[in-house]
Design a protein around this ligand. Structure first.
Ligand code: FAD
Length: 514
């Protein structure tokens, strides 16, 4: 079934962490925690979720040593904690507090992920979780005295080359089983190789505490065959281990009533929510802004102060933030200092600021993880490119890239969906500098957005009630579509005219703003 708020549900074989369970579960734990910090609005997190779920199922048996969990950083209640863990982009995978080389390509195989977990665990020996078994290769001495020091009936030796993960995987797979131990032995361990007459790598041998041994008979020298064989040995039983499921407290969500929205209009609630989320949530993930990020923030706010057609108090707010940023000397800005400006508290006055919350109207999805913030960000930047054409109408533009450059900088420095940012940067690097006028800038963004729509159409990030169309569809703009030699083509002059009307201040509606 569809998850209530985030991308995962209590039926998934992983732990759903919330602000009150995250720190107590993960820090000071005797096992390793593999946590995916995600944002439910981030398209790549949506693509990645099936992989993460499949990984959790694949290594469920490892759970005394390795737990798989998720945290939704888009949930307002979790935002502070995500900040504390230093999360600045989504998805981010961490092993306890150690950041894990993130193979976030959803096409990446479960096997690669599994192996990089082992590599990550081994790289951080200093934080080796007590519940994790030793995974290093066995020595001659260890094997010689094994049954004297370990009270088990069986010892499985997996002979393999140094690069192979098989021995470590089977060791972890068998963790919950009693009366059997698993060790890997490297092909370079000549004495053992000779003693057992090993000729193939990988291959495995079963040693019994009565002194006998034999090769484990399997159809294929592979993980599931070994595990299957070992789990069924007489006297081998699954131990009393109970996986950590405790933090799965029911998730509280209040269903958001649908707000009727007209697709031919732009809503101020979406735009103001974008401003709030961009400045107070995305930028806030960086406790100190330096270098490129300072520049990106200054450019973004400068463009907002100049072109955002907001309500007067919002315009004042943006201008005061802009003034403050312009006066910043030096190349670092602690977020704590910026925050004071963004909350804009004036002595004895009610704070005349943006709402501290998000309200999606035109950008409301049919489920909480659809649309929302990325939709509002596109809307905001289209609006800004169009506003720039109104400012410059008739005269030669000073800088046709003013708005696009600010968007590019913002997305590069702050947009939490990091793969989205990479894709966008790819498009920008390819052709943004060919833009010669403010009109071309508005059209450039329109056509690149359509490319993104085409790429995402039919994927799991598409809200079924808001299919990713080539926009504007004929019902919004008939003249935008023309036919040349029986092929459907855009009439760009008509598109430009439409963009200017659609993203004009008189088409912005105040429904649901406070
Ligand atoms: P959106 O695509 O967000 O569009 C919002 C609104 O803008 C639409 O409802 C429509 O009114 C209008 N609109 C649509 N097309 C155009 C157009 N061509 N010109 C002008 N207005 C238009 N998601 C991923 O999964 N992978 C990515 O790589 C990715 N990259 C992104 C890069 C950027 C810079 C941004 C801002 C978002 C990105 N996203 C990505 C998110 C994705 O593009 C959508 O924003 C998200 O899936 C929500 O889609 P939506 O249906 O609300 O419509």
């Amino acid at each position: 079934g569809a998850p209530p708020g985030g991308l995962y549900s209590p039926g998934d074989p992983l732990v759903l962490l919330q602000v009150d369970t995250l720190e107590s579960s993960v820090l000071n734990s005797s096992s390793a925690w593999l946590v995916e910090f995600y944002a439910s609005w981030c398209g790549h997190c949506v693509h990645f979720a099936p992989t993460w779920r499949a990984l959790a199922a694949d290594i469920q048996e490892w759970s005394p040593a390795v737990n798989v969990a998720v945290v939704d950083c888009a949930d307002i209640a979790n935002q502070k904690t995500c900040g504390k863990f230093g999360i600045t982009g989504f998805p981010t995978l961490k092993v306890n507090s150690v950041c894990f080389v993130p193979p976030t390509d959803p096409g990446d195989s479960i096997q690669n992920l599994r192996q990089s977990i082992i590599t990550n665990l081994e790289m951080h020996k200093e934080t080796w979780p007590p519940a994790c078994p030793p995974l290093e290769p066995a020595s001659v001495e260890e094997i010689r005295g094994f049954f004297q020091t370990n009270n088990v009936t069986y010892l499985a030796l997996i002979f393999e080359t140094n690069e192979s993960f098989l021995g470590r995987e089977v060791t972890l797979d068998m963790l919950q089983y009693e009366n059997v131990a698993v060790r890997r032995v490297l092909s370079s361990e000549e004495e053992l190789v000779k003693k057992y007459g090993v000729t193939a790598f990988p291959s495995s041998f079963l040693l019994i505490n009565n002194g006998t041994f034999s090769r484990i008979p399997v159809q294929m020298e592979a993980r599931s065959f070994y595990t299957h064989f070992l789990q069924r040995l007489p006297g081998v039983t699954r131990g009393p281990y109970m996986p950590t499921r405790a933090p799965d407290t029911p998730i509280k969500t209040t269903p958001i009533p649908r707000k009727p929205a007209d697709r031919s209009k732009v809503y101020m609630a979406d735009l103001e929510s974008a401003l709030h989320y961009a400045l107070r949530v995305e930028v806030a993930r960086f406790s100190v802004l330096t270098g490129e990020r300072v520049r990106a923030l200054k450019d973004f706010v400068a463009v907002l102060a100049k072109y955002f057609p907001g309500r007067p108090f919002v315009q004042n707010f943006l201008r005061s933030v802009d003034r403050w940023l312009r006066n910043v000397r030096g190349s670092r800005i602690p977020y704590s200092a910026l925050k004071l400006v963004l909350t804009n508290r004036k002595e004895g006055q009610a704070p005349a600021v943006l709402s501290n919350n998000v309200t999606w109207v035109g950008c409301q999805g049919s489920e909480p993880h659809f649309r929302g913030y990325p939709c509002s960000l596109w809307t905001l930047f289209h609006l800004l490119t169009v506003q720039a054409t109104r400012h410059h109408s008739g005269q030669k533009a000073e800088d046709p890239l003013e708005v696009l450059g600010a968007m590019r900088g913002y997305v590069q420095s702050f947009f939490g969906c990091r793969e989205c940012a990479q894709h966008f940067e790819g498009m920008a690097a390819e052709s943004m500098d060919k833009v010669r006028s403010v009109d071309e800038a508005a059209l450039w963004l329109w056509s690149r957005h359509n490319r993104v729509n085409a790429r995402l159409a039919g994927t799991e990030t598409e809200d079924p009630q808001f299919p990713k169309l080539q926009w504007p569809p004929p019902e919004l703009c008939h003249p935008c579509h023309s036919v040349v030699k029986r092929r459907q083509v855009w009439d760009e002059a008509a598109v430009l005219q439409f963009l200017k009307a659609y993203f004009s201040p008189i088409n912005i509606f105040l429904n649901y703003t406070e």
